[in-house]
Design a protein around this ligand. Structure first.
Ligand SMILES: Cc1ncc(COP(=O)(O)O)c(C=O)c1O
Length: 445
């Protein structure tokens, strides 16, 4: 049964701020119409990201008080080790300060100039890091992911294209990264069969196979429901992680933490490389850029994320918001994924061409009219590599109530009635590697 109320009760609260439309208009101008430049005190509902914005539990807070900040061999690290091993079923674990630190270490080990890094879809940080290393990131989504349909595993990789590239240019491929769930294409799950087949193809060509599993618990609950399985979430996660050489995750997502990440492997040949680079870039391998307090929060978070009641509510919140938007006639990516609702901005506002940043226009309007912060996943984020022009409404874990989501849908209704007046934006300046984080924009008159 769908529970339309929260399975948590409040112990600590934070007041939400409300501004007028005129005040927000001024703030937008000062921020160069880039919502990353806006102070959180001017935001009413923050759906910018689900990364590190989680609400921690009473148990996480209690465990945090047991922190051991010893440089080497702390008790906090021991609890972190136990929880991460239990979560992903790998022997060797290296803590890092967040997901992109893992990506940087793996890029140092595997990337070579002009070599391909293939993925079902890279997310922004990995994509930028591989480009920075002069590698060529390649996305191989399936056709299902690009069009409107109810196919349940839109996170999958296109196996025919993967095999084709490896057959023709195996010597130009450095490694393969499966992003689970597939964030850039709608937080969509990856089917275990697809993962196993992709893994087997890569092994045929002797390629390193990596899982970016920062939302693998959300993938597991979606997979369990789609396939109507009896297995526990932990068993399902392990059935995925059994098929990779390296597993890494940003624990700012399914770690239900504020910071952190780790790299995991069973491959003894990789251990010394990863250990060395962790020491160089992150810190001694018993803390890897994390405080004992962070490691405690993560260790407890990785237990809580395996709780099915929690995961049920998590995906219920996403589909609750998705259905409200659908009822308003807003085009959304379906089926609903694990951490966010993705709005098809191009379909919603067809009068703005992609070159005029249709997604960002919607992002700006959501802030102007309702103080809602979201992020564009399209032409601004990926330039010519954009696959679709989407706006992501990421739901922080255990943070907002169903009523907050009703408010979001109401703001969409207001925009629907005035969207014909929107004209789009042009970029005045941006760093080409990370344009959405750094751009300054101006409205098209
Ligand atoms: C799929 C995916 N991989 C990697 C990252 C990078 O993680 P972090 O923000 O912790 O560096 C993110 C961040 O949003 C992500 O969504």
């Amino acid at each position: 049964m769908m529970k339309n109320f929260e399975i948590y009760k409040y112990k600590v609260v934070e007041k939400i701020n409300f501004l007028t439309t005129e005040q927000r208009e001024e703030i937008l101008k000062k921020a160069g119409y880039n919502l990353f430049n806006i102070s959180s005190k001017y935001i009413t509902i923050d759906l910018l990201t689900d990364s590190g914005t989680n609400t921690i539990s009473d148990l996480q807070l209690s465990m945090m008080m047991l922190f051991d900040e010893s440089y080497a061999g702390s008790e906090s690290f021991e609890r972190f080790l136990q929880a991460t091993k239990n979560f992903c079923n790998k022997k060797y674990i290296f803590p890092v300060h967040q997901g992109r630190a893992a990506e940087k270490i793996l890029a140092e080990i595997f990337c070579k100039e002009n070599y391909y890094v293939i993925s079902n879809t890279h997310f922004d940080t990995g994509f930028a890091i591989y480009k920075y290393k002069n590698s060529i990131p390649i996305n191989l989504p399936t056709d299902y992911a690009l069009y409107d349909n109810e196919y349940p595993f839109k996170g999958n990789i296109n196996l025919d294209r993967l095999e084709d590239i490896l057959k023709r240019e195996s010597n130009k491929v450095s490694h393969i990264v499966m992003t689970i769930t597939n964030n850039a294409l709608g937080g969509q799950p990856v089917d275990l069969d697809n993962l196993i087949q992709a893994y087997n193809i890569c092994k045929k060509y002797n390629k390193v196979f990596v899982i970016d599993g920062c939302r693998i618990a959300e993938n597991a609950i979606l997979y369990k429901k789609i396939k109507n399985l009896k297995q526990s979430i932990k068993e399902i996660i392990h059935s995925y992680t059994n098929y990779c050489d390296i597993f890494y995750m940003s624990t700012k997502k399914d770690g239900i933490a504020h910071m952190g990440g780790f790299i995991a492997t069973d491959d003894e040949n990789l251990v010394s490389h990863i250990r060395k680079l962790t020491i160089l870039f992150e810190g001694f391998p018993s803390y890897g850029g994390l405080s004992g307090k962070d490691m405690e929060i993560i260790a407890q978070g990785l237990k809580e994320v395996l709780d099915e009641d929690y995961l049920e509510e998590r995906i219920n919140q996403v589909s609750f918001l998705g259905k409200l938007l659908e009822e308003e006639g807003i085009p959304v990516v379906k089926p609903f994924g694990g951490h966010a609702v993705f709005v098809d901005a191009q379909k919603f506002i067809p009068s703005i061409p992609p070159d005029y940043l249709v997604g960002q226009s919607l992002v700006v309007e959501l802030y102007r009219q309702g103080g809602i912060r979201t992020v564009e996943v399209g032409t601004l984020m990926y330039a010519k590599d954009a696959i679709r022009n989407l706006v992501r409404l990421a739901i922080p874990r255990r943070t907002y109530t169903y009523n907050h989501l009703v408010y979001v849908a109401e703001v969409f209704r207001k925009i629907k009635n005035s969207k014909e007046s929107l004209k789009g934006f042009r970029i005045i300046s941006a760093d080409p590697l990370v344009p959405h984080f750094t751009s300054i924009l101006e409205p098209i008159k």
